[in-house]
Design a binder for this molecule. Structure first.
Ligand code: ZN
Ligand code: ZN
Length: 134
């Protein structure tokens, strides 16, 4: 896996310390955090960080396809460092979002006959295993 600094350079984004920190963080977690969660998590290591920088940087990364922005209809976006095509399952009770790696072939089977698939953006909702137990 390339380092975040290399990825930024490949996309002609200046790899400032804060940008590298934000990209490292989003690529290391699988919790689909909001911009606010990311800001709060990074503030400890980077006291000079501003909320606006985090928001703008995430937007820039999403525009370049380095991360995904996800809208679960919660009134804010969540961000995902996993950019391989996949779908999401959200637990409506605890809010946990898990990745489901469907193959493009499997998704293609759901399309009307003769159609072709370019990308996958599917949101599934329900109750996770932990919430079903409790
Ligand atoms: Zn749950
Ligand atoms: Zn995901």
């Amino acid at each position: 896996m390339s380092s975040s600094a290399v990825i930024l350079q490949e996309h002609r984004i200046r790899p400032s310390a804060q940008r590298v920190l934000i990209l490292d963080y989003i690529r290391s977690v699988h919790t689909h955090p909001s911009a606010d969660t990311i800001y709060k998590a990074l503030l400890r290591d980077c006291p000079g960080l501003s909320r606006t920088t985090v928001y703008n940087t995430l937007e820039l990364f999403a525009q370049h396809g380095l991360i995904l922005s996800l809208d679960f209809g919660e009134g804010y976006l969540r961000f995902d460092g996993e950019i391989k095509p996949h779908t999401h399952f959200k637990c409506e009770k605890c809010g946990t979002v898990s990745d489901i790696f469907t193959t493009p072939e499997n998704c293609e089977k759901m399309l009307p006959k003769g159609s072709s698939l370019n990308s996958v953006s599917l949101y599934l909702y329900g109750k996770c295993a932990a919430c079903n137990k409790g």
